[in-house]
Ligand binder design. Structure first.
Ligand code: GLP
Length: 246
């Protein structure tokens, strides 16, 4: 695991965006794993900027999103489908057919998850997965208690996660937050050829310290990333503040 410590959220986003742009230049049919959440908004802003400057061509890029709420229609303002369209997809030249986001409104959610795994395999696997991290150490919606062999599935959200997503940034109160989600599993994420995890602010410092310095345990799903051969944490000073041996 590699740790890149940057001095601000803007530098975290820039470091990650430059890296992703380089990788897409090397392989135009790049398979990119996308994340949602406040942390990655700046990263997508930079990717859009680079695309407008002609520095990234998304026309052959294929994407798979980590997760989606169950029961929210795609057009709901807080669905991850809407998030991705608003922050990235509607601003770049990616073909609609190349975008894969789990449908939390599908009639058969189990089939939806199985088909998603098959599509990832058919695409040749994810070249680079972008990740955020929850304050409770979750990755995607793999909450504490998620095991290493989990694949895409239906999960219940932890109360911590429901609260974190109802602080006014996304939902305005906890009753509005769906109780379940579809999420790539820990094994699905670890199968990506490369992983970039972004975290900013002191609020993430405990989760980062546990993920990096703590034991590998399902109680901190992000700790499984210690086992990945090409995983980089790109974090700011605040998120790095509790790391040992900086
Ligand atoms: C949600 C997403 C996660 C993301 C997390 C962190 O729970 N499912 O994939 O990592 O939010 O979000 P933020 O960046 O807003 O702290």
């Amino acid at each position: 695991m590699k740790i890149e410590i940057q001095s601000s959220p803007n530098e975290v986003a820039e470091f990650a965006a430059k890296y992703i742009a380089e990788r897409i230049k090397e392989k135009p049919e790049f398979v990119l794993g996308c994340a949602t959440g406040g942390t990655v908004v700046l990263l997508y802003q930079k990717l859009v900027e680079y695309s407008k400057l002609g520095l990234i061509d998304f026309s052959h890029v294929v994407t798979f999103n980590l997760d989606e709420y169950v029961g929210l229609p795609r057009e709901h303002s807080q669905s991850y489908y809407t998030f991705m369209s608003y922050h990235l997809f509607s601003h770049v030249n990616i073909p609609e057919d190349n975008i894969h986001i789990l449908n939390g409104g599908a009639k058969n959610l189990k089939d939806e998850c199985e088909q998603f795994e098959e599509l990832i395999t058919k695409s040749g696997g994810i070249d680079l997965q972008i990740l955020g991290i929850g304050r409770n150490g979750h990755i995607a919606f793999n909450e504490p208690g998620s095991f290493e062999d989990t694949t895409t599935r239906i999960v219940d959200l932890n109360y911590d996660t429901i609260l974190a997503n109802s602080d006014g940034r996304f939902f305005s109160n906890s009753n509005e937050v769906p109780r379940q989600a579809l999420t790539m599993g820990v094994a699905t994420i670890l199968n990506a050829k490369e992983i970039l995890l972004l975290a900013t602010s002191g609020g993430k410092s405990e989760a980062i310290a546990l993920a990096v310095n703590g034991p590998v345990t399902p109680l901190v799903p992000a700790s499984f990333l210690q086992k990945h051969s090409k995983c980089t944490f790109i974090i700011d000073d605040g998120a790095a503040s509790r790391l040992k041996n900086k």
